[in-house]
Design a binder for this molecule. Structure first.
Ligand SMILES: NC(=O)c1ccc[n+]([C@@H]2O[C@H](COP(=O)([O-])OP(=O)(O)OC[C@H]3O[C@@H](n4cnc5c(N)ncnc54)[C@H](O)[C@@H]3O)[C@@H](O)[C@H]2O)c1
Length: 305
């Protein structure tokens, strides 16, 4: 018998701990399976820090934090997932490692238990290729940081059973996620395609010399970012009037970037070792104060304050 309340997260890294903390907050007994003992030892503190952020944002109280921490357990033994209703895999983006893990999980977990992957980009059929029962497998793609961004892109493979999609969506929604289900797997799913379409045009504008990165970012923050947190591109088009957008689009579409050669602008930074905030230099210069300010703004905004 599975315990519908037990949720497993395999891989307690950047994504896994946030995902697990959300399930624990929602009342699930939650097990994080982490292979690296050093990392495993730090997981309760990482979860406590996530929960403190949610308290600071006024989203939960101290009682909810303590209850969530009491429900979250860390182990290195995947065998403890035997009674779990669902395991979400969040190990590094290495296909062979994911294949090996699914073989292990299939041997451990009950036949109707769901195996989901938080992969950033592998198609579900490539992930489940060697599974004995791929009908129980699907992608559940969270966004970073998962405790603040509610979207989960649920991507069934060609063999995924419809009732597995339904059960997965119900479990995610019950844990305060906002799952969306794709009809078919496409590279980048939806969120990353939209993100990279915007990035391509942003790079194109800067490369053309028409504006700096600061100006492009200002346009996004003061206008489109606000709008898109309220309505999507199709709702926005309907409000703007489709005939008007057709007129603008007919002139503008041929002007927009179409190729990936705009990545040159980013490659030039990467080749100099300028990787962004992690190295202190990317399109901007980063110091601790700038980074902390941005993180504080993000927390306030995502908490709706
Ligand atoms: N980082 C992001 O912004 C982001 C966003 C969405 C999806 N993803 C995807 O989520 C997955 C995890 O990414 P991450 O950034 O959290 O990685 P990460 O490197 O921070 O964490 C992965 C963890 O998995 C552990 N691990 C590796 N093999 C294991 C095994 N067999 N059993 C148990 N633990 C194991 C590692 O020790 C590590 O702690 C990847 O597929 C990634 O593409 C990442």
């Amino acid at each position: 018998m599975t315990n519908d309340h037990l949720i497993g997260v395999v891989g307690g890294g950047l994504m896994g701990v946030g995902i697990a903390t959300k399930f624990a907050l929602a009342g699930h007994a939650t097990l994080v399976v982490e292979a690296d003992p050093g990392r495993a030892a730090g997981i309760p503190a990482v979860a406590a820090d996530i929960l403190s952020q949610l308290i600071d944002a006024g989203l939960i109280d101290a009682q909810a934090r303590d209850a969530a921490l009491a429900r979250l357990r860390v182990t290195k033994d995947a065998g403890e997932l035997a009674g779990a209703a669902m395991a979400i895999e969040a190990i590094p983006e290495v296909l062979t490692a994911k294949h090996a893990l699914y073989a292990q999980l299939e041997a451990i977990m009950a036949p109707h238990a769901i195996i989901a992957s938080n992969t950033s980009g592998f198609p579900p059929d490539a992930l489940s290729e060697h599974m004995a029962a791929p009908g129980r497998f699907l992608v559940a793609h969270y966004w970073n940081p998962p405790h603040l961004i509610p979207l989960v892109e649920v991507v069934p493979g060609s063999a995924t059973a419809p009732e597995v999609v339904e059960r997965c969506v119900a479990l995610l929604a019950g844990a305060k996620a906002e799952p969306v289900v794709l009809k078919a797997a496409i590279p980048g799913f939806i969120g990353n395609r939209l993100q990279f379409a915007v990035l391509r045009e942003a790079l194109h504008i800067v490369r053309s010399g028409a504006a700096t990165p600061e100006t492009v970012d200002a346009v996004m923050k003061a206008c489109l970012g606000r709008r898109y947190s309220i309505m999507g591109p199709f709702e926005s088009a309907d409000l703007g009037g489709l005939q008007t957008l057709m007129g603008i689009g007919a002139n503008l579409m041929p002007e927009l970037a179409k190729d990936e050669d705009v990545l040159e602008l980013m490659r030039a930074h990467v080749e100099k070792g300028e990787l962004g905030a992690s190295t202190g230099q990317g399109f901007y210069s980063w110091d601790d104060a700038r980074l902390e300010d941005l993180k504080a703004r993000r927390l306030r905004q995502l908490a709706g304050k």
